[in-house]
Design a binder for this molecule. Structure first.
Ligand code: ADP
Ligand code: MG
Length: 252
């Protein structure tokens, strides 16, 4: 089995703080892999380094054999990495549908000039894009809200909208930063169900969650961070029994 993502000796400093410190790990293609750790252990920073939102001080990040370190975020997205954010990043002044359409267009990138010169074709594409966006809205229970402004949606819906936006980019690797945080237990189960089928569609999930329990149910492989360093990795049942992991979580 091959690895879609390989991180070696990754380090990121903020002043004197080493937020990520000599971190190495691999994510197997077609799996749900988890990155866990107490607050401030470097999970979001690791994601920001992978997606190009931050530049590493040293180390390498290989995605399907491409070096990502130093590439701009848009280029990394084009290679097939999508993400969600701990605080949902959506366009509040647009409707729910328009938010997803932006991702569909971003992927298709129709040339503006050809769109203007061939109007009938443009409208056909427009309709196709809408239909495609609705597939993602339905998958995340948002079809009824399609024409509502995204502003004012409850957190659970915002998290779903972010997922619809990320998947509409048709990524190979999807990074989820606390996608279940702030949801009630029922919403967490719905979310996990909507996401666990993704590997069968060829999408690898790399999922950060502060809450240990949810990911223990769905992840095949778990990597544990503490103070920017990897302190354990393995299948969930081993991680749950690992004394060092228990200790850092209890010490929070
Ligand atoms: P986690 O996602 O595991 O909670 P983060 O990666 O957000 O942790 O943060 C790791 C450490 O780096 C924390 O101590 C945090 O305060 C610090 N940190 C994160 N981002 C910045 C930043 N942009 N500037 C300075 N310090 C930061
Ligand atoms: Mg975080």
């Amino acid at each position: 089995m091959s690895f879609i993502l390989e991180v070696k000796n990754l380090t990121k400093r903020f002043g004197a703080l080493k937020a990520v410190n000599g971190l190495s790990f691999r994510v197997r293609q077609g799996t749900i892999s988890a990155l866990i750790g107490p607050n401030g252990s470097g999970k979001s920073t690791t994601f920001n380094l992978i997606t190009g939102h931050l530049k590493p001080d040293s180390g390498t990040i290989l995605f399907e054999g491409h070096h990502l370190e130093g590439l701009p975020a848009e280029e990394i997205a084009r290679l097939g990495i999508a993400r969600t954010f701990q605080t949902p990043q959506i366009f509040t002044h647009l409707t729910v549908l328009e938010n997803v359409l932006l991702s569909v267009y971003q992927r298709k990138r129709p040339g503006l000039l050809s769109s203007l010169l061939r109007l009938p074709n443009f409208f056909k594409k427009e309709k196709e894009a809408q239909e495609e966006a609705f597939v993602y809205l339905e998958r995340f229970f948002l079809a009824d809200e399609a024409h509502r402004p995204a502003e004012g949606l409850p957190l659970g819906k915002l998290r779903h909208l972010e997922l619809a936006r990320a998947l509409a980019l048709k990524p190979k690797l999807l990074l989820l930063d606390e996608a279940a945080s702030g949801l009630d237990p029922r919403e967490k189960i719905d979310l996990a169900e909507a996401l666990t089928s993704l590997p069968q569609e060829g999408i690898t999930l790399f999922w950060v969650e502060h809450d240990l329990n949810l990911l223990m149910e769905v992840a095949e492989e778990v990597i544990v961070l503490d103070q920017g360093e990897k302190i354990a990795e393995g299948p969930p049942r081993e991680i749950q029994r690992n004394p060092r992991v228990i200790q850092v979580y209890l010490g929070e």
